[in-house]
Design a protein around this ligand. Structure first.
Ligand code: PGA
Ligand code: ZN
Length: 429
């Protein structure tokens, strides 16, 4: 049973406070931390921050920490950690709001994840296996990693509007091989960028992707294509983008120059122009997935583009991992994949439900990190246990990103002969 819960404030990979919790049972201590991102929507679970401008620019989380150490701790001590649903429900009941605003989704999520880890230990089973049990499914699958290699958007200080260009080693035979392909491509890319843009072009964005001063999608895609060519893996590595277009949508128009002060506002694209651009890009490059190609409220163009069936269309802030929005998008065929950000949902139980919803509709599921990450590797086990088939956790570089990928290497090794890599079945493993 849960004997003690102790939370504290730590810092995430951006140097911004977040919540960490140590949950104790007779089996030991189980630690978890909440990630945090830059895109926050109105329909997602809200993280509780102190708002005291004199401390950490208003971002300290002492109230969330206090909620864990007092209210949540009192409610959960004595509970069986294998009963994830009951634990999560106890916190939801205690919170009483629809968006976890009272206790804070950062507080609730950290405890929910720590409890999940404790539950696995209680059953003396690996975490990914415990998660699979909780979901009622048995198939464990190593996901195809989507490595961020070029960063832009709000995550980097260049002029590229799109937030990420990623590479997917779908043609690898194992996760280990995918990791090697990702790392080799990343370092070829570094050399190519150095040749073309000088060493400063190799500075990286928040997710670890290079951020040379490029301003068009094509410039970025050409660099990545060249890097893939240099590896010789050509057909085995596909490309994905997270456009994060909500960041540069003004009314009904899209401003691809939103980060260049002298050009911003002069060259707007309509939703139709954007559809045309994506269609052409998918013809010219091996693009298999585009995340958030339009504004979060631009259901119309997202639907129109998605229905062309050219590539996977992933809903990030369009869905905000919110079941009501996921259901609407399923009913209207607005997109065909869910970006799964656990902190937008807030409990492991609800995460499992959201994945079921998406999978039942034959959608792809991308288990996702946030730009603000920690040393917690939970999403690696989650991706395997729920067989999401895809994970994006940033570049094959930087500790807070690699902690997830390295955990996947360990899981694959542990599963041995039984390990299945999603490979060509990444969309529907
Ligand atoms: P965020 O970015 O954590 O800043 O929201 C991640 C993503 O958009 O995929
Ligand atoms: Zn995104």
């Amino acid at each position: 049973v849960v004997t003690k819960i102790k939370a504290r404030q730590i810092l995430d990979s951006r140097g911004i406070p977040t919540v960490e919790v140590d949950l104790y049972t007779n089996k030991g201590m189980f630690r978890a931390a909440a990630p945090s991102g830059s895109s926050t929507g109105t329909y997602e679970a809200v993280e509780l921050r102190d708002g005291d401008k004199g401390k950490y620019h208003g971002k300290s989380v002492s109230r969330a920490v206090k909620n864990i150490n007092e209210k949540i701790s009192e409610a959960l001590i004595g509970m069986d950690p294998t009963l994830q649903t009951q634990i999560d429900q106890a916190m939801i009941d205690l919170d009483k709001t629809e968006n976890k605003a009272e206790l804070g989704s950062n507080a609730i999520l950290a405890v929910s994840i720590a409890a999940c880890k404790a539950g696995a230990a209680e059953k003396e089973t690996p975490l990914y296996k415990h998660i699979a049990d909780l979901s009622g499914k048995t198939g464990l699958v190593l996901p195809v990693p989507a490595f961020t290699v070029i960063s832009g958007g709000k995550h980097a200080g260049n002029n590229l509007a799109a937030q990420e260009i990623m590479i997917l080693p779908v043609g690898a035979n194992t996760f280990k091989e995918a990791m090697q392909m990702g790392s080799e491509t990343y370092h070829h890319l570094k050399a190519i960028i150095t040749e073309k843009y000088g060493i400063s072009g190799c500075n990286v964005g928040e997710d670890g992707g290079f951020a040379p001063n490029i301003s068009s999608f094509r410039e970025g895609l050409d660099l990545v294509k060249e890097a893939i060519d240099r590896t010789g893996y050509n057909d085995k590595i596909k490309i994905a983008m997270d456009v994060a277009a909500t960041n540069f949508c003004l009314g009904t128009k899209y401003d691809l120059d939103f980060k260049s002060p002298d050009k911003s506002g002069q060259n707007f694209k309509t939703g139709e122009d954007m559809i045309e651009m994506y269609t052409q890009l998918c013809k010219d490059y091996p693009i298999v997935s585009i995340e958030q190609p339009f504004d979060k409220e631009d259901w119309e163009h997202t639907k129109k583009f998605s229905r062309l069936g050219i590539c996977q269309v992933v809903g990030d802030d369009l869905l905000m991992s919110n079941p009501k929005r996921i259901e609407r998008a399923i009913n209207e065929s607005t997109c065909n994949a869910l970006l799964l950000k656990v902190d937008q949902i807030g409990t492991v139980t609800e995460v499992i439900e959201a994945v079921k919803l998406a999978k039942d509709a034959n959608w792809g599921v991308v288990t996702s990190h946030r730009c603000g990450e920690t040393e917690d590797s939970f999403i690696a086990d989650l991706a395997v246990g729920l067989a999401t088939g895809q994970i994006k956790a940033g570049a094959p570089c930087r500790g807070e990103r690699l902690v997830k990928y390295n955990q996947l290497l360990r899981i694959e090794e542990e599963l041995g002969e039984l390990a299945v890599y999603a490979g060509p079945d990444w969309r529907l493993p």
